[in-house]
Write a protein that binds this ligand. Sequence first.
Ligand code: AKG
Length: 338
Amino acid sequence: MYPTRAGERLRVVLGHLGRPEAGNPVAQPTSRTVSLPSVHPQQFQYTLDNDVLTFEQRKFYEDNGFLVIKNLVSDADIQRFRDEFEKICRKEVKPPGITIMRDVNILKSEFTANEKMISKVQDFQEDEELFRYCTLPQILKYVECFTGPNIMAMHTMLINKPPDTGKKTSRHPLHQDLHYFPFRPSNHIVAAWTAMEHIDRNNGCLVVLPGTHKSSLKPHGYPQWEGGVNIMFHGIQDYKEDSSRVHLIMEKGDTVFFHPLLIHGSGRNRTQGFRKAISCHFASASCHYIDVKGTHQEGIEKEVIKIAQKRGLTADDISLKDLWKFRARLVKGERINL
Ligand SMILES: O=C(O)CCC(=O)C(=O)O
């Protein structure tokens, strides 16, 4: 299902001849004739020229909009993220700017400072321990293939998908992450999402619709679910029900990189465990903010500002862009526009 190292083998075969990459014609040998596998120079649109991805991995992302890299984050790092998450849940640390979310079916009255009550922490850019995830060299090495060398961490999350109560609210509806972002171009934005344990359909793995990163941004809204929907869990209103889906079964430390237009979501957690994943959306520092007024994103701007005001924001002339600018943090190179 995922790219193999065949592209790597190809590169070894062609090692002295130059890399068989986009627009790089393969140099011809001068002293002897070798038969080359047929490699056609190709225009790549979603990945940058780089020495990290094999030809096959690059092609896979171009075609599908996602790429899984096995075993990228160590057990030791994942344990550190778990420990910090638990401290945040127990209110032993209170990073500025962090957003703590509960499942819609956990009533306010039940709330105690306990990791079982928290479904997600978001915006952990000021928590140095969790933010280490966004600076791990092995993550940034791949991110750079999509963003280029100047990299901003834009959006951070640790998702603690709770056991479903029977109301199916642990599902995350199918959506495109770009719906939430007032910056472009989309091809220079990428998500990294790392499994913090074995994740499969039983505990609610990610599900992706391959190739949908080639489509446009679709209108989103709250799905009409009987059991309720979590705040900000917008879903796509119209998509082809018969589109092919891939369920990403991942082991602890495996990381999927995906395009912000890729339609994805996650299923119900049918286990009694809390399914954990840590994630960051990165963007090229050369991306620029857009004004979302008059677009499909106008509604999300209003909702996000309303939430920020409820949490104490007093400025009245604020835009979605201002809120993003505030949380964006440079992780590599130079801060340019974002
Ligand atoms: O981790 C999950 O369950 C889905 C996360 C996701 O797609 C999101 O928060 O945008």
